[in-house]
Design a protein around this ligand. Structure first.
Ligand SMILES: C[S@@+](CC[C@H](N)C(=O)[O-])C[C@H]1O[C@@H](n2cnc3c(N)ncnc32)[C@H](O)[C@@H]1O
Length: 307
């Protein structure tokens, strides 16, 4: 990345030690003004499969204390990005409607909020919204958030025509969106130094260079019934994609970036990232526990750096 920005996260532990508290960390050498402090916690505005929200406290200790650009090639709901609030970032996801809703929140948080909350979170209204098409970017963004909150398990799935087709999930909570949160996210993402891209991870990985930090949170390989076999989801992210990703991680590490890579704790993944330090993360399982596992699932965090 060519723009030189000194360590640039507002809520990082270093902020306290430099006396910057939750306000902006100094940004020497930058050619444009840094973000003004929003002094506000931000959280994901959607429920997203594989969200790292509940693992943040286990991941954060391995985030480098200083970095230039924050790169997240599989941003999803952006839990770590929203937690760290880096000043300079490149965010990417292959799911185009997801990136469009991020852009809509950035550009018009009030409009997105109005659209997201104008219907009751109820079965009939959900199916009516699901059948709607088109509209402005804010209307589509708001509808995306509304449908996300009503959908079964917050799933995102489309049919062959690309139409969202998840059934009503009868959510226990009536919460849809928080206007202050959307406005704060808009402020963080509005800077000209936060880029929102859509497409395959490779283009975003190619951006990462010396001193950058990359959080790599791809769809996982999944172990099947803990019997040691891997069930590769060939449609979403194939084993070939995992190999391609690992090569891309090694190349970025050679260029001087520091990367944290998450995946299932499985020998195939340890082999793929052999030579890098790994840490085991633990989270409560959302599905029925396998005997002896007590409802805990282990994940792997790879710390990829070559400096
Ligand atoms: C595990 S989720 C990321 C979750 C995110 N870190 C969070 O906390 O919400 C993986 C993401 O990868 C995206 N994805 C799948 N294949 C991709 C590809 N080839 N390139 C980029 N993104 C991809 C999916 O759309 C999904 O949002």
């Amino acid at each position: 990345m060519t723009l030189e920005v000194a360590a640039a996260i507002r809520s990082h532990p270093d902020a306290a030690s430099t006396g910057a508290s939750s306000s902006l960390i100094a940004n020497p050498g930058a050619s444009t003004p840094a973000l003004s402090s929003i002094n506000c916690e931000t959280k994901p505005f959607i429920k997203w499969a594989g969200s790292k929200r509940r693992l943040l406290s286990q991941i954060e200790p391995y985030v480098p204390r200083r970095f230039r650009t924050y790169v997240e090639p599989f941003v999803g709901g952006g839990s770590l990005f929203l937690h760290l609030q880096p000043v300079q970032a490149v965010l990417n996801d292959a799911c185009i409607p997801l990136v469009e809703v991020w852009r809509a929140v950035r550009d018009d948080p009030d409009g997105v909020y109005a659209e997201a909350t104008r219907r009751p979170l109820a079965k009939e209204a959900y199916y009516a919204a699901r059948a709607e098409r088109g509209g402005s970017a804010s209307e589509r963004g708001g509808r995306f958030i509304y449908l996300n909150k009503g959908a079964f398990n917050g799933l995102y799935r489309v049919n062959l025509k690309g139409e969202f087709n998840v059934p009503w999930g009868a959510p226990k909570s009536s919460f849809i969106a928080d206007l202050d949160n959307l406005r704060a996210i808009s402020e963080i993402a509005s800077t000209e130094r936060v880029e929102l891209m859509h497409g395959d991870f490779q283009a975003a990985m190619d951006v990462a260079g010396d001193g950058d930090f990359v959080f790599v949170d791809p769809p996982y390989v999944t172990s099947h019934n803990n019997n040691g076999f891997i069930e590769y989801n060939e449609k979403i992210f194939s084993w070939h994609d995992q190999i391609r990703l690992a090569a891309s991680v090694r190349a970025a590490a050679r260029r001087g970036a520091t990367l944290l890579v998450t995946n299932a704790r499985h020998s195939s993944i340890s082999d793929l990232y052999a030579g890098f330090e790994t840490v085991v993360l633990e989270r409560p399982s959302t599905i029925a526990a396998a005997p002896g596992k007590r409802g805990r699932v282990e994940e792997l965090l790879v710390i990829a750096k070559e400096h």
